[in-house]
Design a protein around this ligand. Structure first.
Ligand code: ADP
Ligand code: MG
Length: 255
């Protein structure tokens, strides 16, 4: 069978919190191996969209298709297993754990959906665990974090802590990586390195959704841009067209 060009698609996706339409009738398509940026003013619904895609929040209506398969309202561990992995806007590191433990945790999800799975799969599980440890090591090495592997994660500077989160996400071998403001709190050198790394990941074929406040980063790396305002898609197009769009400019000015 031929590979689908669109790896992830939402159709009429809706998320209501009481009377608030956090996401409204969203049609969005992520092309395989590309970086799609999701931008918009504060409160536009970007994080909610990521929460919907990775199953943290159940949609009020609409559908999510992963590689053509309807995965709407599946629980997070099953979506992770299907290849959908996310990072968090505000970070979610465990302060009393080491760098290595933080990088490894939560990523058994890609290997086993439940304790039942672990029991059923027995020995294979052990092998997968060893493989995961190896993958975490390789990724830490890639980020120059291997020497810090046994340190408490809180002993690292902030920029490196964010890298640990990236390692954790990548250790799950995602097909789709959902990044919620990965450049938040980074200095310009770290941001530049992040841009290079995202391009590198794209080069390896990873499909990414980049929610990002920092426009310089978006314009540098995104292949396609989707703009939200008050939960609705108000624009989509290339980075060039997005920069020239008066609709987009007004959305940012008006908030
Ligand atoms: P963004 O990431 O674009 O800044 P969010 O997706 O975080 O925006 O939020 C969109 C809107 O939904 C905001 O008005 C926010 O207050 C609201 N919201 C987000 N999550 C919840 C929730 N769990 N319960 C109620 N309202 C929420
Ligand atoms: Mg957000």
């Amino acid at each position: 069978e031929m590979e689908r060009k669109i790896l992830l698609e939402t159709v009429g996706l809706e998320c209501h919190f009481g009377g608030l339409r956090a996401v409204s009738n969203l049609d969005m398509r992520l092309e395989r191996g590309k970086i799609t940026a999701l931008i918009g003013p504060n409160g536009a619904g970007k994080s909610t969209t990521i929460n919907l895609l990775c199953g943290f929040v159940t949609p009020t209506a609409g559908r999510i298709l992963l590689d053509g398969k309807d995965v709407t309202a599946r629980p997070p561990h099953r979506l992770a297993k299907a290849g959908m992995v996310r990072t968090f806007q505000n970070g979610r590191l465990f302060s009393r754990m080491s760098v290595f433990e933080n990088a490894q945790i939560g990523n058994s999800s890609r290997m086993a959906a439940s304790v039942f799975d672990v029991v059923r799969r027995g020995l294979r599980w052990r092998t997968e665990e060893v493989n995961l440890r190896r993958r975490v090591r390789d990724l830490l090495d890639e980020f120059g974090l291997l020497a810090d592997a046994d340190r408490l994660v809180t002993e690292l500077p902030y920029g490196k802590q964010r890298q640990v989160e990236m390692v954790r996400a990548l250790a799950g071998s995602p097909d789709v990586l959902l990044l919620d403001e990965p450049a938040a709190g980074l200095n310009s050198v770290e941001r530049e390195n992040l841009a290079l790394y995202l391009e590198e990941l794209r080069g390896r074929g990873l499909t990414m959704l980049l929610v990002e406040h920092h426009m310089g980063l978006v314009m540098k790396v995104a292949d396609h841009v989707v703009v939200l305002n008050f939960g609705s898609k108000i624009f989509e197009g290339t980075t060039e067209k997005t920069q020239k769009s008066s609709v987009v400019a007004e959305a940012y000015l008006g908030r």
